[in-house]
Every structure is written in structure tokens, then in C-alpha cells.
Write a protein that binds this ligand. Structure first.
Ligand code: NAP
Length: 333
């Protein structure tokens, strides 16, 4: 094995629920290795290590960054902590895979990305679905032209989110709220399908415990292209997307994670309602994301796309959150 083939060694900062899935993906992915699990409490890190495997369990996120054999970190902390730990990790020379939303706002996100760039480390947010073969197949359909000019994206993500005192999604200071948390994915679907950023947005939301728990949004792009979505913590589970062209449409009823890992598919409908089902490989999307991140690090050519799309996603979320409060159509800054 040459040094270039050596696995990228990860530390996970925080024994979060999502760290269980991504930790397994790091262990299973080509070119990655799970070295360290860090928690605010050593006992929690040790328990996590016993159940999910890691070479070392440490107390405190700083301690993980002090480990000389760590190349990259995965940050599954509440959004309010993303900026601090991305910056500390980048300054310690570690590549950063940070959960979404990138930050509390685009101002913070810009600062994080600047520090990553200055330290020569890759930044990527934890949005998984764009890294799958199915997303690549859907992109090919959208770019092929069979649907005609793309004019609409309609998407939805809703779930029942238990209202427990320790759930960071209901705590404003930790970055709670449905737009940040799950509207994020619908915004990404819109940016991805149009390969563009909207100029203006509008959102209407209801609030619970000081955070938006349900929102409906409109995103206006140039050339009369419009995206709309709804997201919420108080509805049945939905995770679908439709991209509409002048002469056909693409439908995916589980774009952000397949209902059935063995049946990863989407449909293309023509003007007469004839639907073609397109099958995609059965993959674990967490692994696709980790492998995509690792490939960039190993190539030694940092990607500008992933930091930029993460920032753009955050800019749109910022404008939606302002609009939901003011009731006005807001510019994306
Ligand atoms: N990409 C995806 O598909 C996906 C899916 C789910 C969640 N997420 C994102 O991942 C992040 C974590 O979500 P989660 O549901 O896994 O969170 P979680 O289970 O609540 O875990 C968050 C972790 O952050 C650490 N932490 C540090 N300070 C904290 C504080 N003041 N309050 C609460 N926790 C604190 C804790 O780890 P220690 O106690 O061990 O230090 C805790 O276990 C969020 O940004 C979320 O949006 C992404």
C-alpha cells in the first residue's frame, strides 16, 4: 500500500443518533477507517465504542483533534456547534464532514468555509442522497432534454418528531426547526434540479417551542422557474420530489432515502401518463457520501462544488426563515 492508498482515518465528534449509521458507513466504506469516537462524557464514548466499534474512545472533542493519526472528522453535533467545531477541526488540519444545516446562518457558513480553504481541508455537509447512483441517474434524465425545459420542482419532507425536552430540533439556541433540519433537503433538491440558486423566496410557518415546526415555501428562480415544498414535524412521513418539464416529469417518492434499500427507483412520466420505472443499484447512501468525501481527499484536489452548494443551501434557508417571520417575499442574499 502506498501512502496515497492509506485509509482516511476519521474521528466522530459526538455520540449522536446519526453517528451510529455514519460510523458504520465509515467502517464499511472503501478507503475509510473509524479511529476515534469523542463524547462530552468518556463513559458515553466508551459505550459507543463497545457497541459500534472505534479504535479509541476519548472525552471531549478537543481530545479527538489532538490525536495525530486523524485525517478527517465527522461532526454530527446540533447546528449551533457546527461553526465552532468545523473551525477548530480545520485549524487542526482535519478535513470536515459536517452535518446539515451547515451553520446557524450563511454568515457563519462563509466563515467556516474560509477557514477550511485557508487550511487546505475539504468541507462537505452531511446531505447524503446527492452522492448515490440514483441521483446521478436522475441528473442524467434531467440533463438529457427528454423532459423539455425544466420549470417546476415540487418536494416534501415531513415526519412526526417526538416533542421531548432533550430534542435539539425543538431548542432554538441549538439550531432547532423544521426548515433548518428537513426543509434543508427540499431546498437542496431544488438547487440540484435547476443547477441554480433562487433569486427570491417566500415561506409561511407555524411555530412550536420557538422553532418553526411546519413550513410551506416558494422559491423563484430566473426564467420563470419555480420550486415549492412543504416540511413539518407534525405530519406523516413523506420524502418525495417531482421535477416538471414542458414535456414530461420525473417523480421520486423517496428521494432523500429509499423506503426499501433493495428497490431504489424513480419514474419518468410522459405527456400521456405513460410512466417508465428506472431501477438504480441498491446502495447504502451513507457509504456513498463517505466514499465521495474520501475520494476527494485522496485525489488531493479539493472540491469547490460541495462547499459552495452547502453555502447556497444555507443562503436559501436564511431567506426562508426571514420570510416566515416577516410574511414578505425575501431576496436570497
Ligand atoms: N444527514 C442526515 O441524514 C441526518 C440525519 C439525522 C440527523 N442529521 C443531523 O445530524 C446532527 C445531529 O442529529 P441527531 O439527531 O443525531 O442528534 P443527537 O442524537 O441529539 O446528537 C447530537 C450529539 O451532539 C452532542 N452535543 C454536544 N452538545 C450538545 C448539546 N448542548 N445538546 C445536545 N447534544 C449535544 C451530543 O454528543 P455527546 O454527548 O456524545 O458529546 C449528542 O449526542 C444534526 O445537525 C442533524 O440535523 C443528519
Amino acid at each position: 500500500m502506498t501512502p496515497d492508498d492509506a485509509p482516511i482515518r476519521f474521528a466522530i465528534l459526538g455520540a449522536a443518533r446519526i453517528a451510529t449509521k455514519v460510523g458504520k458507513a465509515i467502517q464499511d466504506a472503501n478507503g475509510a477507517e473509524l479511529s476515534v469516537i469523542a463524547s462530552r462524557e468518556l463513559s458515553k464514548a466508551e459505550t459507543w465504542k463497545q457497541h459500534h466499534g472505534a479504535r479509541l474512545a476519548v472525552e471531549g472533542y478537543e481530545e479527538a483533534l489532538r490525536q495525530p493519526d486523524i485525517d478527517a472528522v465527522y461532526i454530527p453535533l446540533p447546528p449551533s456547534l457546527h461553526k465552532e467545531w468545523t473551525i477548530k477541526s480545520a485549524e487542526a488540519g482535519k478535513h470536515v464532514l459536517c452535518e446539515k444545516p451547515t451553520a446557524m446562518d450563511a454568515h457563519e457558513a462563509r466563515e467556516m468555509l474560509a477557514v477550511c480553504k485557508a487550511n487546505g481541508v475539504q468541507f462537505m455537509d452531511g446531505t447524503m442522497w446527492p452522492h448515490t447512483p440514483r441521483s446521478q441517474q436522475m441528473s442524467q434524465v434531467l440533463n438529457h432534454g427528454t423532459l423539455g425545459e425544466l420549470r417546476r420542482v415540487v418536494s416534501a419532507f415531513s415526519i412526526q418528531m417526538p416533542d421531548t425536552p432533550d430534542q435539539h430540533r425543538y431548542i432554538p439556541e441549538l439550531g432547532g426547526g423544521a426548515l433548518y433540519d428537513i426543509g434543508w433537503y427540499c431546498v437542496r433538491a431544488s438547487l440540484w434540479a435547476f443547477a441554480d440558486v433562487p433569486t427570491h423566496v417566500y415561506a409561511s410557518a407555524t411555530y412550536h417551542r420557538g422553532v418553526d415546526n411546519n413550513a410551506t415555501a416558494i422559491l423563484w428562480f430566473s426564467d420563470n422557474r419555480v420550486a415549492s415544498f412543504d416540511c413539518g414535524y407534525d405530519l406523516t412521513r413523506r420524502k418525495w420530489m417531482e421535477v416538471v418539464g414542458e414535456s414530461g416529469n420525473l417523480v421520486c417518492d423517496d428521494f432523500l432515502s429509499p423506503w426499501d434499500i433493495e428497490k431504489q427507483r424513480f419514474w419518468v412520466h410522459d405527456q400521456d401518463g405513460i410512466a417508465t420505472e428506472i431501477q438504480s443499484p441498491s446502495v447504502v447512501q451513507e457509504m456513498c457520501m463517505v466514499e465521495s468525501f474520501v475520494q476527494i481527499i485522496r485525489s488531493k484536489e479539493l472540491s469547490e462544488y460541495w462547499p459552495q452548494v452547502s453555502l447556497d443551501n444555507q443562503r436559501v434557508i436564511d431567506a426562508l426563515m426571514v420570510s416566515a417571520r416577516t410574511g414578505n417575499r425575501e431576496e436570497v442574499k
